[in-house]
Design a protein around this ligand. Structure first.
Ligand code: PEP
Ligand code: MN
Length: 366
């Protein structure tokens, strides 16, 4: 088994009850923009830390690449004016050094940096012996090991107050989201490291301010520990990520409307009802497994029969027929078409494996 991470809670360190809310502009643009935005954010009374990008990793050259070191002064002024801790993105040792010197409270590693172990190691090395919380965004590509690797590099350097930020994954396909959420990756990370605080960044997932409330609620319903939401005094005029930023007033409304559910309840009736329902689920899973095993045993027999008669394993017509009938049947039972297709694909894949094994078995010599 892989060694876990040695973790301390950022929520405890901030002395806040989850969810931790972090907000601020995508980029610090001017001192006025930074401070005015920060003051309005603080006035919502619902935000625990301010964010702003100082060095911006832009996809194409010629876009606003951040204010650089001078922006740190604006961020620190925003901190002084609001009393809120501040966080920014670091991509190399020089950024870390500048942030530590300025007194930035929390650092984060951006999605384009997490993909590069050299850069992550450079940041980790520059943080040796420093006790500062660091948040690690998921890499732009859906590679869980790379995300974990970055967390491990920082942890090995002695960083214990760590959080993962789920900001979605780049995709060539255009969908409603700027970055595909692929929630199952975030869930898998949480399952592997239950103590790791996970913060969702609905702004970069959505790429569009209208989806932020929906994505935020979904994140909380998946028991994430917090949200990082981009906000700006004048979003449409923002120098980066204009479409996905909201005004502090809209931010306040989004936060107000969020339903915060607990991961568990001590209420006895709740617990009893839940365990009864879980028993039923356990029972059904058991039955599904038995049926599945029975189905594979028949696949094995079919494999043998095809082998004896020199017939190919894959018969496209039969497969198309299976999909068509099962999807129709599933739909009639209230099951989603996408779910049925995914499930059947998996079952079919395994069935082919089983038959391939039979087909290639060398008969035992007597
Ligand atoms: C950002 O937070 O503004 C940012 C650049 O994010 P990411 O690294 O997720 O693209
Ligand atoms: Mn941004």
């Amino acid at each position: 088994m892989k060694k876990g991470l040695e973790l301390e809670s950022i929520a405890n360190w901030l002395n806040v009850k989850k969810p931790i809310i972090i907000s601020g502009p995508c980029s610090a643009e001017t001192e006025e923009q930074m401070v005015a935005t920060a003051k309005q954010i603080a006035a919502t009374g619902k935000v625990h830390a301010l964010r702003a990008g100082i060095w911006k990793p832009r996809t194409r050259p010629g876009q606003y690449e951040g204010a650089g070191d001078v922006g740190l002064n604006w961020l620190m002024t925003a901190k002084k004016e609001t009393g809120l801790p501040v966080t920014t993105e670091v991509a190399n040792a020089a950024h870390v050094e500048a942030c530590l010197k300025a007194g930035v409270d929390i650092l984060w590693v951006g999605a384009r940096t997490t993909v590069n172990p050299f850069s992550v190691q450079e940041i980790a090395d520059s943080l040796k012996g420093v006790d500062i919380p660091v948040m690690v965004k998921n890499p732009v590509n859906p590679d869980l090991e790379l995300w974990i690797g970055a967390l491990e590099r920082l942890n090995k350097a002695g960083i214990k107050k760590m959080a993962a930020i789920h900001r979605g994954f780049s995709s060539f396909e255009k969908g409603p989201f700027r970055n595909l959420p692929m929630w199952d990756l975030a869930i898998e990370l949480k399952t592997r490291f239950p103590d790791l605080e996970m913060i969702c960044d609905p702004s970069h997932i959505s790429g569009n301010r209208d989806l932020i409330a929906f994505v935020s609620q979904k994140a909380l319903d998946l028991d994430m520990s917090g949200l990082m939401i981009e906000s700006h005094i004048n979003p449409d005029a923002a120098w980066s990520d204009a479409k996905q930023q909201v005004t502090p007033a809209v931010l306040g409304k989004i936060l107000n409307d969020l339903v915060v559910r607990t991961a568990s309840s001590e209420n006895k009736t709740f617990k009893d009802t839940l365990s009864l329902l879980r028993e039923q689920i356990d029972q059904l899973d058991d039955e599904i497994m038995q049926k599945m095993a029975g189905r594979m045993r028949i696949s094995e027999k079919i494999g043998q029969y095809k082998k004896d008669n020199n017939v190919t394993i894959l018969q496209v017509n039969r497969w198309e027929e299976i999909i068509k009938t099962r999807v129709t049947l599933g739909k009639a039972m209230g099951l989603e078409e996408g779910f049925m297709r995914d499930l059947l694909r998996l079952v079919h894949h395994e069935s082919i494996q089983v038959q391939t094994k039979v087909m290639n078995e060398v008969e035992a010599k007597v």
